[in-house]
Design a protein around this ligand. Structure first.
Ligand code: FMN
Length: 235
């Protein structure tokens, strides 16, 4: 069994070339408003706060728009009530079908850590992209990550790092922020989430709110990604 039925047995392989002859890396050539999809999962709101600030950063770059989407919830209402997950703001739509992703010129994927890796809800979304993978529909699209962890050492870096496999299989371009944010990356005076892999927030026991320093990196990452996407598309 392949990825969402994506693997075809050697007997049934079609000789049709997919979209590869027309646009090998799926980069749009027109001058339309570019769209960066901020696709996130957030159970308690920390990743969501970073997402909203990231959109603000994206939209400081002319001609680029940030579009917020939630990864679909996979837990039942009963369980969500038991674990005291707040109601989600439904003004932010869920990704309704993996094929929605094809319309993006770039991505920022945000997720909380679960034992050092992305939350299962986000992994389920990636797992549903087998048909896109089969035709490499997302290949060449740039993507960055941002995360939330409860504690320091709890997975700020591993959660982003282990997510890179998703991009590699799709042929997507990983865009980390490196140390381009500047001096704030080296600040040792305050507790601050985020890393060269992308913005981050510490949730603590859940009651901690993102600090302005964490939100500033999120805003910066949005702007940085918008600049990269624009360069990639328009040169
Ligand atoms: C099953 C489970 C596993 C978790 N594993 C970790 C972990 O490995 N490291 C950590 O720092 N926090 C861990 N957490 C805490 C979450 O990362 C935290 O609730 C989340 O970052 C909050 O983000 P959100 O408000 O966007 O949901 C875990 C939480 C759950 C429910």
């Amino acid at each position: 069994m392949g990825k969402g039925g994506g693997c075809v047995s050697s007997k049934n392989k079609s000789s049709k070339s997919s979209n590869s002859s027309k646009n090998p890396i799926n980069v749009p050539s027109s001058t339309k408003n570019l769209k960066i999809f901020i696709v996130f999962y957030s159970m308690y709101g920390h990743v969501e706060n970073l997402s909203r600030r990231m959109k603000k950063g994206i939209e400081t770059v002319e001609g680029v728009e940030g579009v917020l989407y939630r990864a679909p919830e996979t837990m039942s209402e009963d369980v969500l009530v038991k674990i005291q997950a707040p109601l989600k703001d439904d003004s932010i739509p869920e990704i309704s079908s993996p094929s929605d992703l094809v319309d993006a010129d770039g991505f920022l994927f945000g997720f909380p850590t679960r034992f050092g890796c992305m939350a299962a809800q986000m992994k389920a979304l990636f797992d549903s992209t087998g048909n896109l993978w089969k035709e490499q529909k997302l290949a060449g699209k740039p993507a960055g990550f941002f995360v939330s962890s409860g504690s320091q050492g709890g997975g700020q870096e591993t959660t982003a790092w282990t997510a890179i496999t998703q991009l590699a299989h799709h042929g997507m371009l990983f865009v980390p922020i490196g140390y381009t944010f500047g001096a704030g990356m080296f600040d040792m005076d305050t507790v601050r989430g985020g890393s060269p892999y992308g913005a981050g927030v510490f949730a603590g026991d859940g009651s901690r709110e993102a600090t302005e320093a964490e939100l500033a990196v999120a805003e910066y990452q949005g702007k940085y990604m918008a600049t990269i996407v624009k360069k990639l598309v328009h040169g």
